[in-house]
Design a protein. Structure first.
Length: 102
């Protein structure tokens, strides 16, 4: 069930991006929203027409999704490194392991 939901979200994201690529103002609205969402900025949608507002909103959502995916990957990597360090520490107790930062 989760795989289907993820595929559905990815398809929606792709469709949104495609519909916002038709002209430069829509593309700019999407890019501005994506950047704000990815960088943790505030949602600041001041577009004048509904289509531009939608592109900004879609970009904002997609940017937040991408940031979340990267954050999850970072947490998995840090957890793996920490576990490997603890395993190595069994052989050499002088090794210092840094706990993940999340």
């Amino acid at each position: 069930m989760q795989v289907v939901a993820v595929q559905s979200i990815q398809a929606q994201s792709s469709n949104r991006r495609g519909s916002c690529q038709n002209n430069s103002s829509m593309k700019t609205a999407y890019s501005s929203g994506w950047s704000a969402g990815f960088n943790g900025g505030t949602h600041n949608n001041t577009s004048e027409n509904e289509r531009s507002r939608n592109c900004y909103d879609w970009g904002y959502t997609d940017g937040k999704i991408e940031k979340s995916k990267l954050d999850m990957q970072r947490m998995r990597n840090e957890s793996y490194i920490y576990r490997m360090c603890l395993s190595t520490r069994i052989l050499d107790p002088s090794i210092q392991c840094q706990q993940p930062r999340f």
